[in-house]
Design a protein around this ligand. Structure first.
Ligand code: NAD
Ligand code: UDP
Length: 316
């Protein structure tokens, strides 16, 4: 049994990571300030004596004896991270410093949830880990992208200077049950619009692409990464290489739901990346043959069933 700290543990991904770690027999401390996460996402774990929920903000230091830290605290939806951009930068940068300081002090292994956004609007396709990226440092996405890039730099330098045992994964667009229905990301937006019969809001011409990964595939990759030897530090891409345009995503969701919603086009937000697809050769090689198992159609069906149930039970 390991003692594990999950920052951002009450979020979409963090809550499902906490559940998996408990199921694997570990003791879990879930730390969150509930900015974009919710207690409801972990309330079913509260009866477990090996689970602990801590209200705390990672921009302030925190002390706890643990063996491993998963650093996920940071809003991930553009709508959320652009709401208070300075706070987003502080969360990524000061959060990384505080959690790396903790890892150094208690000699814990620490994994950073980095992002495909470090590649910005990529000029290399698909994106390999050795690509340095194309980020606008003063654009509306920079609070997130540059915060995550600085966190990566902090991680590798804490390893170089202080021998902290680090791991970095670059997560590509992930979706699934427990996303917030109104968090503004494309999968939850389109599903909610389709289920309610509202217009499907495609930004721009809809020909931009993303590669969507189902949440259980990510969690498997993430925990495998934590369990690699100290020489495997990453960064390693974790994503599903299946690449789709937003028009294709909308049409898949309309097909599964049988919805009569109309597609409308709204302006494309500034600096919105045109294409994105992970090269996952490194993950396959270094994470024991890991690869995503859930194709888009199957993942969408599960996610739609989740949102449909919430609507029917009038929980949203
Ligand atoms: P989310 O917004 O659901 O979860 C983030 C959690 O962090 C929330 O519970 C939020 O309350 C918490 N948080 C935010 N600021 C905090 C702070 N200052 N102190 C403590 N807690 C704080 O998003 P998610 O999709 O679950 O993303 C989790 C992590 O994975 C993030 O670091 C995100 O950048 C990364 N990531 C996610 C995706 C994706 O597609 N979902 C892609 C790339 C990277
Ligand atoms: N998008 C869209 N309609 C929406 C929300 C998003 O067309 O209602 C587009 C957005 O412009 C982007 C893609 O979907 O091109 C993915 O957006 P999301 O915010 O989910 O993730 P990110 O841009 O951070 O990859």
């Amino acid at each position: 049994m390991k003692r594990v700290l999950v920052t951002g543990g009450a979020g979409f991904i963090g809550s499902q990571l906490c559940e998996k770690l408990l199921n694997d027999g570990h003791e879990v401390a879930c730390l969150d300030n509930f900015f974009s996460g919710k207690k409801q996402k972990v309330v079913h774990l509260m009866d477990n004596p090996y689970f602990e929920l801590i209200r705390h903000d990672v921009t302030h230091p925190y002390y706890i004896e643990v063996d491993e830290i998963y650093n996920l605290a940071c809003p991930a939806s553009p709508v959320h991270y652009q709401y208070n951009p300075i706070k987003t930068i502080k969360t990524s940068v000061m959060g990384a410093i505080n959690m790396l300081g903790l890892a150094k002090r208690v000699k814990a292994k620490i994994l950073q949830a980095s992002t495909s956004e470090v590649y910005g609007d990529p000029t290399v396709h698909p994106q390999t880990e050795d690509y340095w990226g194309n980020v606008n440092p003063i654009g509306i996405r920079s609070c997130y992208d540059e915060g995550k890039r600085c966190a990566e730099s902090l991680f590798v330098n804490y390893r170089l200077q202080n021998d902290v045992r680090i791991k970095i994964i670059r997560i590509f667009n992930t979706y699934g049950p427990k996303m917030e229905p109104d968090d503004g990301r494309v999968v939850s937006n389109f599903i909610m619009q389709a289920l309610k019969g509202d217009d499907i809001t495609i930004f721009g011409d809809g020909k931009q692409t993303r590669s969507f990964q189902y949440v259980t595939d990510l969690i498997e990759g993430m925990t495998r990464m934590m369990n690699t030897g100290d020489d495997c530090i990453g960064p390693i891409n974790i994503g599903n290489p299946g690449e789709f345009t937003m028009l294709e995503l909308a049409s898949e969701i309309l097909d599964i739901t049988g919805s009569k919603s109309k597609i409308i086009h709204l302006p494309l937000p500034k600096d919105d990346p045109i294409q994105r697809q992970p090269d996952i050769s490194q993950a396959r090689e270094k994470l024991g043959g890991w690869e995503p198992k859930v194709p888009l159609r199957e993942g969408l069906e599960k996610t739609i069933a989740y949102f449909d149930k919430l609507i029917r039970e009038e929980k949203i």
